[in-house]
Design a protein around this ligand. Sequence first.
Ligand code: NAP
Ligand code: ZN
Ligand code: ZN
Length: 350
Amino acid sequence: MATNVPCYAAQSAKAPLAPYRILRRDARPSDVVIDILYCGICHSDLHKVNNEWGNTHFPVVPGHEIVGRVVSRGSNASKFREGDLVGVGCIVDSCRVCPQCRAGHEMFCEKGATITFDSLEQDKKTWTYGGYSTSMVVDERYLLRIPQGLDPARAAPLMCAGITTYSPLHQFGCKAGDQVAVVGLGGLGHMTVKLAASMGANVTVLSTSRGKEEDATRLGAKQFVATREPGALEALAGRFDLIIDTVSATHDLNKEITLLRNFGTLILVGAPPAPIPLEAFALIFGNKRIAGSNIGGIPETQEMLDFCSKHGVTADVEMIKIQDINKAYERMLKNDVKYRFVIDMASLKD
Ligand code: NAP
Ligand code: ZN
Ligand code: ZN
């Protein structure tokens, strides 16, 4: 018998999120039942609710930056105990046996990963519902341990924004002294600044919002450039080893490529809905590279949490009640988030 729990859902594309109820399965032997304390709001939630990627199945309950406490567990679940603080990120299941799963790249599971919301379970029939809810049931293999000392609300955004930006920095060997540019100072962008600075890089923020300059410095950037000001980008030509682009909307990549040094790499993590034109010569002159990076697997997510614990890195959050979710989405669309909204799930229990 499944448990009926409250949540917030959108019933159709662009419909506001509103109270709804969903069923959570009974714990299977390797499952853990968690009470959700906090859930971050990722721009992907908004893309999905608005069906901007064209593949949303409604009703949709977003949320994949989840921190909660273990309340009970199945008979074979032994990794966590009741009361433990745990995280759930973007992945809640996968086949577990294919080469990608074995390598810890569960997001690329050859049988199709089960994503935390708007995705099919491994039975290929049951839809998943995300963290804008009071509780959830997750196989312990996909749960993360929140290290002691990390504030649980400020740790919630690490579950997507943290791993999505840690992973490319790690993959592309970000190290002390590297010149790293971060494009877009939102949820992912501010995590990139903190993480790259903790790795010893010299970080420059490229932003459309002049008002974010002071924050960029406080977060660890050495330089801030307001990209819409005349001549701003020309002054940076050939500067960067790595550029991490976190922008959620269509924008000019060719200009960004001019900022790479020879053999430098532009990594896209932002996922604008529309295609972006690319000039071959922008890459050819200087052997420049363009790459993408998709969230991160479970082992790397735990590694990122441990890195954050060691370096005292968490998100800058603005806590909201779930009843204010639609206002938060409007503000996110205006680039007015400092720097991640986090839902206090106690507001759904009132
Ligand atoms: P966010 O908090 O809304 O931040 C996006 C930032 O992009 C804004 O704060 C703004 O920064 C900048 N921006 C927005 N519109 C722009 C425009 N027209 N031109 C230039 N810059 C613009 O969003 P987020 O949660 O960080 O997510 C960012 C993107 O990453 C989304 O597309 C999301 O779906 C995607 N994402 C990808 C992955 C992955 O696995 N690759 C994982 C999570 C999210 P400034 O004010 O500084 O200009
Ligand atoms: Zn996300
Ligand atoms: Zn697999």
